[in-house]
Design a protein around this ligand. Sequence first.
Ligand SMILES: [Zn+2]
Length: 121
Amino acid sequence: MSIENGCEHKPVWVGRVAVTACADCGRVDWLSHQGAIDPAEAMAALFGSYDLVGAMDALGAPSAEVLVYAPPSARKRRHLEALPKRVWLKAAPHLWMSTDGDNLLLSVTRRLLFENLLRGA
Ligand SMILES: [Zn+2]
């Protein structure tokens, strides 16, 4: 745990990945037992099995459209509990994530990356 800018950053372990997602400052840190982990690898470990439902317009998101991903099972849905609800968190460069508790929402601020994700590439 670390204290930065007055908020408390407490890691939550989901399998082999720890995620520290702060509702107050929107910061996300990823960690594994081996130390630092690439955000893309960490995202894949947590949400790689999620199914892309589609894109929707989202007010208040970093991009005009966001991608909606649904968990394949109740067990996998629990991975979302590592994230605070209804806050946009900076998961990686150009990639923001949020959740309403049921689905994972991704906001991509670079169009090409958005289109690649939408195609499942
Ligand atoms: Zn914080």
